[in-house]
Ligand binder design. Structure first.
Ligand SMILES: [Mg+2]
Ligand SMILES: [Zn+2]
Length: 205
């Protein structure tokens, strides 16, 4: 399990020279409103509920050979609503639930910062979406080819982070997605949910 624990961590991992065919394709997935039902500042495992089809979507992506990387803004840490340990506990819970569906998240990244947060969490960071820091850090660590990778989320900040990293970016209508759809420029790629989005990636073009 890996989290972005501070602003100085972003891009701290060595970036290996691109290995051509060895580079991996990833699907970066937002957490709240995309994998699980949106609840304000979710951190209790008892409050966690999958969006229908999400475990199956992740399993399909696993089977297709994509690296599955969760990238989630968790400003509740900066605001003092819960701790980084709570984030880790919830991610362990989600991982075990996914395991029961034969699905796996390969890496977890979260941004605990917010400009109006407490102490060091208020420092400007490069990981809070719409900035692409979490995607770039994962790309460096796992030798991910960003151009052939995809970002999926329920907010425009997710789409913007994906685009800033050079990825194909998809909005889903779960969570805040159907509201966000009203505000977005035309031409954005949209699906009803994570399962539909995943299936679109697996169809031959
Ligand atoms: Mg979300
Ligand atoms: Zn951050």
């Amino acid at each position: 399990m890996s989290g972005v624990s501070g602003p100085d961590r972003v891009n701290a991992e060595p970036v290996y020279p691109g290995g051509g065919s060895a580079m991996k394709r990833a699907v970066f997935i937002d957490r709240d409103g995309t994998i699980n039902e949106e609840k304000d500042y979710l951190f209790r495992t008892d409050d966690f509920t999958f969006i229908p089809g999400a475990p199956r979507a992740i399993r399909l992506l696993n089977e297709a050979g994509f690296l599955v990387v969760v990238v989630t803004n968790q400003s509740g840490v900066a605001r003092g609503y819960y701790t980084e340990e709570d984030v880790h506990l919830l991610h362990r819970h989600i991982a075990s639930q996914l395991d029961q569906h034969g699905a796996r998240v390969d890496a977890w990244y979260y941004c605990p910062h917010h400009p109006s947060g407490r102490g060091s969490y208020a420092l400007p960071c490069r990981c809070r979406k719409p900035l692409p820091g979490m995607l770039l850090e994962a790309a460096g660590r796992f030798d991910i080819d960003l151009e052939s990778s995809v970002m999926i989320g329920d907010k425009l900040v997710d789409v913007e982070a994906g685009a800033a990293a050079g990825c194909r970016s998809i909005l889903v209508r779960t969570g805040y997605g159907s509201d966000e759809e009203q505000r977005c420029r035309s031409g954005i790629e949209i699906y009803d949910d994570l399962l539909q989005a995943a299936e679109s990636l697996l169809r031959p073009e």
